[in-house]
Design a protein around this ligand. Structure first.
Ligand SMILES: CC(C)(COP(=O)(O)OP(=O)(O)OC[C@H]1O[C@@H](n2cnc3c(N)ncnc32)[C@H](O)[C@@H]1OP(=O)(O)O)[C@@H](O)C(=O)NCCC(=O)NCCS
Length: 195
């Protein structure tokens, strides 16, 4: 069955926190994220979206089950780690809408939901008067031992959506990898689009 799409904003995120957290923990175990998630980390991470009145949460629902989710918020409400590279380069932070993540359970992939997630978040950016949309992607070595042989990066998809990788805009972000006992910093590279 094709999921239905529901978009909510700000504090309305709160009622979806637990299923979105569970989905992130499930999907981000995959390469290249390798995230060993916990509900504590999720609650802290997702709180920013609840607290930001202009955040966007796009849900893919199969009946009442959350099978996909995608997030965004004004860059001024995002973690400092994501703001810093843009501030250093002299961007006007209020022009930027930051995309957090897109996660979709694998049986539902390949039928256009990923495009719907981008469409909804870009529309929200326009409604907020933001002329730049951006997200960052984790950088893993191409010979990483956990990389599946048939792994296909999303670069072609992001390029088709009009995003450009910016090696001059990078940051480090923390989470615990599967098999590790502590969180470590990962190098992240931003992709941006100007409308
Ligand atoms: C990213 C994600 C949400 C995309 O969802 P999706 O519904 O499969 O995406 P779509 O069906 O809209 O396809 C988007 C593009 O992905 C590519 N794609 C889709 N299915 C693919 C497959 N099986 N193999 C390779 N590429 C594929 C295509 O380029 C497609 O664009 P096109 O058909 O217009 O050329 C989903 O793959 C996912 O959850 N992945 C794991 C988490 C992740 O990597 N998130 C992104 C960073 S946060």
């Amino acid at each position: 069955m094709k999921p239905t799409i529901l978009t909510v904003s700000g504090s309305a995120f709160e009622q979806w926190l637990e299923p979105v957290a569970a989905l992130r923990i499930q999907v981000f175990r995959e390469f290249p994220y390798l995230y060993d998630g916990s509900l504590d980390y999720e609650k802290h991470y997702l709180q920013r979206y609840i607290d930001s009145p202009n955040s966007t949460l796009v849900l893919a629902l199969d009946g009442d089950k959350v099978v996909g989710a995608s997030t965004a918020l004004p860059m001024r409400d995002a973690d400092d780690a994501f703001q810093l590279p843009f501030r250093r380069h002299g961007f006007a932070i209020d022009d930027i809408y930051y995309f957090g993540e897109s996660v979709l359970q694998s049986p539902y992939r390949g039928s256009g939901i990923g495009h719907r997630f981008f469409d909804a978040r870009e529309q929200a950016a326009r409604e907020q008067g933001c002329s730049i949309t951006t997200f960052c992607a984790v950088q893993r070595p191409s010979n990483h031992p956990a990389r599946p042989q048939d792994y296909v990066p999303h670069h072609a998809f992001w390029d088709k959506r009009g995003y450009t990788p910016r090696p001059d805009l990078t940051c480090d972000y923390h989470w615990r990898d599967i098999g590790d006992s502590e969180e470590t910093l990962k190098p992240m590279l931003f992709w941006i689009k100007t409308c």
